[in-house]
Design a protein around this ligand. Structure first.
Ligand code: HEM
Ligand code: HEM
Length: 343
């Protein structure tokens, strides 16, 4: 935190002529970190091939929802940036949920999950949507009955959780999905290559990076995920209008019930941001340039020029990494014991 603030202050003090490539790279390396090329380790979970493969089946299987229609993939489509591209997600009974769906790509690097950080990790997160009335509207018991009705699932759980007497549990369901999600990382973006020493950014993108640091964006959007690490009031300097920041969603206030957390949200991770429109938890902003302008006013009290906005947006588009190619698993056929879809 101290080095981060110092680096921002230093970079701000030097503002003026554009920094030489290597100087800028040095500052950037103080603030940001490339996404590792290999799958990260998890606390309290093993990323084995068996767990990942089972997790992929569960992620793609719509029978995990009561209606038989919604899977994790419905709202976190791994072919479209890990999001559904809707303002707010549509779930069970065609209900619109209250928030925009964040990407599952690189979610493993976030300090906690959801716009308000109310789930500690991906395993804790995964048990939420299955039970949420507006998402999959299922119960843990019905999920377990569904899994036990298909021998291929029973076998896959036994292989993923060897030595356990009764491996088909809701906790193991969550651990398998977490292991699969840990593989959904997007390394080697042009920006990461720049951090590692390659000259992959053009003049405008370099100017955008410099502005991102100088203007203070990096104070909140830093680290490996360019965000996702800490919480701030949305509207730190000037609260956006109720269209962008609906009054009914008070963010972390609902989690901690302390006045300080009113309208506080996790600084959104900005990796692959060009793929994940629309923006903000309300999902009302479709243009990246507009999102940058909103941030300037709301978080920094800065009326960014058109040039700065377009430079920063150009820089943010260099954060798109290599998207993992996910093979859609073949799912086991239902049996007479599989619970039928319910409206
Ligand atoms: C949030 C995974 C099902 C909509 C998240 C996050 C993850 C995730 C990892 C947090 C990302 C972050 O905070 O950066 C999953 C998995 C699912 C699933 C593994 C299946 C078990 C669904 C479905 C929908 C949905 C079916 C839509 C109907 C959302 C929304 C959020 C979210 C709207 C943000 C909620 C909030 O912040 O309050 N999901 N998801 N998800 N997901 Fe899902
Ligand atoms: C969200 C960029 C400054 C905290 C976002 C988003 C973008 C962005 C594009 C939307 C991400 C998405 O919807 O997936 C920028 C830029 C900045 C800047 C370019 C500088 C001009 C800041 C600062 C802070 C901050 C200084 C903290 C004081 C947040 C928070 C969110 C967010 C809390 C989530 C808002 C929500 O709940 O919808 N930022 N940001 N940002 N940023 Fe920034």
């Amino acid at each position: 935190r101290t080095t981060l603030t110092a680096a921002v202050a230093l970079a701000t003090a030097i503002a003026g002529p554009a920094l030489a490539n290597d100087e800028l790279r040095e500052y950037a390396n103080e603030l940001f970190e490339p996404i590792p090329l290999s799958t990260p380790d998890l606390d309290g979970n093993m990323v084995t091939r068996q767990r990942v493969d089972l997790g992929a089946m569960l992620f793609f299987d719509p029978r995990m929802s009561r209606s038989g229609l919604f899977s994790c993939q419905s709202c976190h489509n791994v072919g479209t940036g890990g999001v559904d591209g809707l303002e707010t997600s549509i779930g069970h009974g065609w209900q619109a949920g209250p928030r925009n769906s964040p990407t599952v790509f690189n979610a493993v690097f976030n300090i906690a999950q959801f716009w308000d950080g109310r789930a500690a990790d991906l395993a804790e997160q995964a048990v939420g949507p299955v039970q949420a009335g507006v998402e999959m509207n299922n119960t843990p018991e019905r999920v377990i009955d569904t899994l036990n009705s298909m021998q291929a699932y029973v076998d896959a759980f036994a292989e993923a959780f060897p030595g356990e007497d009764d491996p088909v549990t809701f906790d193991n369901f969550a651990l398998a999905i977490e292991a699969f999600e840990a593989t959904l990382t997007t390394p080697n973006s042009r920006f990461d290559q720049f951090l590692m020493g390659a000259d992959t950014l053009d003049e405008q993108e370099l100017a955008g990076l410099e502005a991102f640091i100088d203007q203070g964006c990096a104070a909140c959007h830093a680290g490996v995920n360019m965000g996702g690490q800490d919480y701030y009031p949305f509207g730190l300097v000037e609260r956006p209008g109720a269209d962008v920041l609906p009054e009914g969603d008070r963010g972390r206030f609902a989690v901690t019930e302390t006045a300080m957390d009113d309208y506080v949200f996790r600084a959104a991770p900005l990796r692959n941001i060009e793929l994940t429109a629309p923006y903000f938890h309300s999902g009302v902003v479709w243009e990246l340039e507009e999102a940058v302008a909103v941030m300037g006013v709301a978080q920094l009290g800065a009326d960014l020029s058109e040039q700065e906005i377009s430079d920063i947006a150009a820089f943010l588009r260099t954060l798109t990494g290599e998207i993992p190619e996910v093979v859609h698993p073949v799912l086991p056929p239902r049996t007479a014991d599989t619970p039928l879809p319910e409206p």
